[in-house]
Design a protein around this ligand. Structure first.
Ligand SMILES: [Zn+2]
Length: 290
């Protein structure tokens, strides 16, 4: 009986190797860059640069926000296996550095901070919400990818150039749109859209909650209410995830409408994600400000 087992094993092994060689050469498979992004907009930027040339995964699952995130053992495994980790920066991913062996500017892990060179306002991490900042982030990400995977540098450069053209169209569209609006003042629950406001001539006249960790003081709320009344503001903008009782009570007291703007932090991202959500946000702002 033993004499028959060996040929069977050989056939199984041969067919295994044959099957593998038909799928893809092993060497090519091993050299694909493993990229880990942190949040949805950064995933969208990165996917547009790599196309199908790299394996890109986003760390935060859809529905999870980065401000209150903590790493799971599965996340630690993904971080350890990534060739390059692409972050937004500006302390949005402070939890990433709580993993003891991923120090900032690490030589063990290749961490790209896409915020470098961007003018940061009051330590606010929501830089991507202005397409002008997004274009700068995309360039930083391109440079990081080329550094990690020089063999694909032409492809990454070409894809980046094509994507930046699309972002420039988006930028022009927003500038043209907003320049026609009658109102420029708006009030928001959080300050995230101050980068968009600054770059496109809107005025974030008041913010209800300045930081995600701190509840607004009664004195601050009085200032917000005064601004809303004195500037004849009729609406408040909040996040899709937030139905905060402060927003509801201010809206009820002053008879304001409540609209939501998506900061994209907990979305289900893809190549068109950033452009689609930006256009949707501009359409919401237009309802109130045009
Ligand atoms: Zn946020």
């Amino acid at each position: 009986m033993i004499a028959y087992t060996r040929p069977i094993v050989c056939i199984v092994l041969l067919s295994f190797f044959y099957f593998n060689s038909c799928k893809q050469p092993v060497s090519e498979n091993n050299t694909r860059l493993k990229v880990l992004t942190t949040v949805a907009p950064i995933f969208s930027f990165t996917k547009n640069i790599t196309g199908n040339a790299a394996d890109v995964e986003n760390l935060l699952p859809s529905g999870a926000g980065p401000h209150e995130y903590s790493l799971s053992p599965d996340d630690a495994r993904k971080i350890a296996q990534a060739d390059i980790i692409i972050t937004n920066g500006v302390n949005l991913e402070s939890w990433l550095y709580k993993l003891t062996d991923v120090p900032e500017n690490s030589s063990v892990y290749n961490v790209v901070d896409s915020s470098s060179g961007i003018d940061i306002l009051d330590n606010d991490p929501h830089i991507w919400l202005s397409p002008l900042n997004a274009i700068m982030q995309v360039k930083r990400i391109r440079d990081g990818l080329i550094n990690a995977d020089p063999e694909n540098s032409k492809l990454y450069s070409d894809n980046t150039a094509a994507y930046i053209k699309r972002l420039e169209i988006l930028d022009k569209e927003i500038s043209d749109e907003i320049s026609d609006w009658n109102r420029k003042d708006f009030v928001a629950f959080r300050p995230a859209f101050r980068y968009l406001a600054k770059d496109y001539g809107l005025n974030l006249a008041a913010v209800i909650q300045e930081s995600p960790e701190t509840e607004p003081s009664p004195r601050h709320l009085i200032t917000v209410l005064d601004t809303i009344r004195s500037r004849n503001i009729k609406s408040i903008f909040t996040d899709p995830m937030i139905t905060h009782k402060i927003v509801r009570s201010i809206a009820a007291d002053l008879n304001l409408e409540v609209y939501s703007l998506d900061t994209m932090e907990s979305g289900n991202s893809g190549k068109a994600y950033y452009e689609d959500i930006t256009r949707a946000n501009i359409a919401v702002l237009k309802k109130v400000l045009q």
